[in-house]
Design a protein around this ligand. Sequence first.
Ligand SMILES: [Zn+2]
Length: 191
Amino acid sequence: MRYGAGRPGWHVKAEHCRSLDARRLQRDGWLRPGASCVWGWRNGDGESTGSISLLAEADALRLSYTLNGEPTTRRVPILRSACHYGGARSWFACPTCGTRVAILYLRRAFACRKCSHVAYASQSEDDLGRAWRKQWKAEAKLDEHWRRPKGMHESTHAKLLAVILECEQRRDAALFDFAARHFPHLMPEGF
Ligand SMILES: [Zn+2]
């Protein structure tokens, strides 16, 4: 096991950061009925990791986004609770379990932290299985210790090595997911 093999945490962290925070959206005025905006996410390097169109209704937020190439629209209920000092505070109702929450996370769909961890778990396992199968297929074409078999072109060998490396990196990411779920207190700050 190449535990933590040289993978900076932010790479996976950025993916996990695709979330909507009702407090922040309310503060910026985007939960007022009729308000609409495009909300973008960025990773630690400032690169875009996705965006979403928001349209606020009286009791719901309409979301339009693309997930894995599929255009998707969702309607998330907005709950409003009175504040001690006047005004109202907005919350989301988790589309999966109905719990009142401030933050929804996007993984397979928008859901509260608890429900999206269930989605992480199955997605990480899928990723892990796919990465292993792909790696075995590549390794089967090579000699022992990933050496180039006689007669194989250098460039083919290089391509297969790149496939194996990518699979290893994907497994590292899945491992990071696992650690984040089970040992959140050990994760980088802000995770
Ligand atoms: Zn939930």
